[in-house]
Design a protein around this ligand. Structure first.
Ligand SMILES: *[C@@H]1O[C@H](CO)[C@@H](O)[C@H](O)[C@H]1NC(C)=O
Ligand SMILES: *[C@@H]1O[C@H](CO)[C@@H](O)[C@H](O)[C@H]1NC(C)=O
Ligand SMILES: *[C@@H]1O[C@H](CO)[C@@H](O)[C@H](O)[C@H]1NC(C)=O
Ligand SMILES: *[C@@H]1O[C@H](CO)[C@@H](O)[C@H](O)[C@H]1NC(C)=O
Length: 565
């Protein structure tokens, strides 16, 4: 029998000890009786804690194509600024700027899809009205449906000989533009939940009969609402980030408008078009950059802050959590709360993404993933664990370490270490604590609870390994990895199970990405003083063994050997 199964019972208890409870729905207060006056739901620390994993991931994915695609059902709104000078693109059937609202893309390839010139278009030219069924900017069929289009125009056909020209318009923001980021893949016209934050929450379920394809009315409704809040438009995501810009007559300078070529006049067929578009969108997996959008997380409002049901409503896809499981009244409460927060001046008090969450993911993601691999050796597992844990522990000095024991209080030191570990990446945010908004408090609650989970798991694992490695005074503070007892092997198996549980709960989107190197290798270029000639001329993946001597050198010391250590 495998040790892991022997420990299954214990494992469950230990593993769940420190993590936030799975949220639910079950603890949603809702409204008890229909005859009591309804009190609007409010954001709460309890909800932030219950949804800690989701809030953490929403912050990590904000404005980033990868995580946004993985967690495509958005629950959050984040006021943002597109800085003055930012360049964006619009594909149009006209050389002149549109009047009123229209779509802007962050990537050229995205806009070009709507700027095609056609000798024999498969759809009618744009109608003179902008109604529910308007079909401006309809891309060619092989490349999927339009972001602004209505349903397929099966009834109409173009008269022979008519051509359609397309224009790629390039704009520059002539002031800082105020935008509302609607997170998740919110430009995806689906019924999976990607539109819940717009159609149910912002629009209160008042959609036209075209449902998910009600794009024109959706843009108009949301534009007129957020114009009152002082916004110029809203940001959404599909294959590329886009802005629904509410009034082209202000805030933007047209810097060029170029007529596109007919397909017949180009060498290329269609074969590279989608591939190039994916490549362009993929360049934004890690973000469209702070220079093009600054996200004010201190003004974030999320459905995850509220005590609502977020279950999936699609039985075959229990993973698809959505706002649509909450009641419409609750969603309207959230909308009213959002309106209050969104109207306030921009804060940018804490950069929760870049200054906190990213540093946590950088430090823990690869380490935890390595520790969670099936075939990691006990030795490597313990060294990775020590690599996280020991920096937070004040080691005993020689007196403490003696047979008689000293003043050193192991249990207390562990408690203090867990606290140091939990707080480590939060200190950055405390620098501005006196200015925190309610959103900052709620985000802090979520991130602290993630860190408490990670750090207590780390130190529970360490305590188990300490115990398993013997109880003599001299080993009391150290994991004796030479110890080859059954007990030790079991403790390691249990620790691995806890690590895998951690991976599952955290659900970091980056773990779904292809790695440049296997998890037990690193991408290495010679960096002084380390690295040999090969590492400079052929940088690449290096194994633990390649670097094990700690003396991989040569490139920087070609004339003379390094001085003795
Ligand atoms: C939450 O929503 C799901 C999906 O609509 C539903 O099946 C479930 O009963 C709801 N839970 C509660 C406690 O209302
Ligand atoms: C959450 O907790 C913090 C710190 O205790 C508190 O300042 C804040 O008001 C709480 N937020 C809510 C919405 O209850
Ligand atoms: C939205 O409206 C549709 C159609 O009227 C209805 O079936 C659905 O239950 C409504 N959704 C909510 C959350 O009220
Ligand atoms: C634990 O350690 C802290 C910091 O060194 C100290 O202030 C505290 O008194 C200790 N508590 C106990 C119970 O030893």
């Amino acid at each position: 029998m495998r040790p892991a199964s022997l420990l299954a019972g214990l494992s469950a208890a230990a593993v769940s000890a420190s993590w936030p409870e799975h949220p639910g729905a079950a603890d949603s207060p809702g409204f008890a009786t229909s005859y009591t006056a309804r009190v609007p739901i409010k954001p709460s620390n309890e909800s932030a804690r219950a949804n800690a994993f989701r809030i953490f991931n929403a912050i990590h994915s904000a404005g980033r194509q990868w995580g946004t695609a993985i967690y495509h059902n958005g629950f959050s709104f984040m006021p943002a600024i597109m800085p003055k000078g930012t360049i964006t693109y619009h594909g149009a059937p006209d050389k002149d700027p549109p009047t009123g609202f229209e779509w802007l893309a962050y990537e050229i390839e995205h806009a070009e899809n709507f700027a095609r010139s056609e000798k024999h278009p498969h759809w009618p030219p744009p109608p003179p009205w902008k109604g529910e069924e308007a079909s401006f900017q309809k891309p060619l069929q092989p490349l999927g449906p339009s972001h602004t289009g209505a349903q397929e125009d099966t009834t109409s056909s173009i008269s022979e000989g008519q051509t359609r020209r397309g224009y790629l318009q390039t704009y520059q923001a002539n002031r800082d533009l105020h935008l509302l980021l609607i997170d998740g893949m919110s430009a995806a016209k689906t019924s999976m939940g990607t539109l819940d934050s717009q159609d149910l929450l912002l629009r209160e379920n008042k959609t036209f009969r075209s449902g998910i394809w009600d794009e024109w009315q959706r843009a108009e409704d949301i534009c007129s609402m957020i114009a009152d809040w002082g916004y110029d438009g809203f940001i959404r995501d599909e294959i590329g980030f886009e802005v629904v810009y509410c009034d082209f007559s202000q805030g933007l300078d047209l810097i060029s408008s170029t007529r596109s070529f007919f397909q017949e006049d180009k060498m290329g067929d269609w074969s590279l078009v989608l591939w190039q578009w994916v490549r362009a969108a993929g360049d934004r997996y890690d973000g469209i950059s702070n220079d093009r959008v600054r996200i004010d997380l201190s003004s974030m409002v999320s459905g995850f802050f509220f005590p609502i049901n977020i279950s999936s409503t699609i039985p075959e896809r229990p993973d698809l959590e959505r706002l649509g499981a909450a009641s419409l009244e609750e969603l309207v409460d959230i909308k009213h709360y959002l309106a209050q927060v969104a109207k306030q001046p921009r804060r940018f008090t804490v950069d929760w993404q870049g200054a906190v969450v990213d540093l946590i993911v950088n430090r823990y993601a690869d380490r935890i993933a390595h520790m969670a691999t099936e075939d990691i050796s006990t030795d490597h597992f313990i060294q990775e664990l020590e690599g996280i844990a020991l920096g937070y522990i004040n080691a005993p000095d020689e007196d403490d370490d003696s047979e008689t024991g000293g003043a050193y209080n192991k249990a207390n030191e562990t408690m203090v270490a867990v606290h140091r570990c939990t707080q480590h990446y939060l200190h950055r945010s405390y620098a501005s604590r006196s200015e925190w908004s309610a959103s900052d408090e709620l985000i802090h609650t979520a991130i602290s609870s993630i860190m408490e989970g990670i750090c207590s798991t780390v130190f529970i694992m360490r305590s188990m390994l300490l115990q398993a490695s013997g109880r003599t005074e001299s080993t009391a503070f150290y994991i004796n990895r030479k110890s080859d007892s059954d007990e030790m092997r079991r403790a390691v198996e249990l620790s691995k199970a806890m690590t895998r549980n951690m991976v599952e709960k955290l659900g970091w989107a980056d773990w779904k990405r292809t790695r440049p190197c296997p998890i037990d290798e690193v991408l290495f270029v010679a960096m002084w003083p380390f690295g040999n000639s090969d590492d400079h001329w052929n940088p690449g993946c290096r194994t633990i063994d390649d670097l094990a001597s700690g003396m991989r050198m040569g490139y920087w010391f070609m004339d003379r050997p390094p001085p003795p250590p």
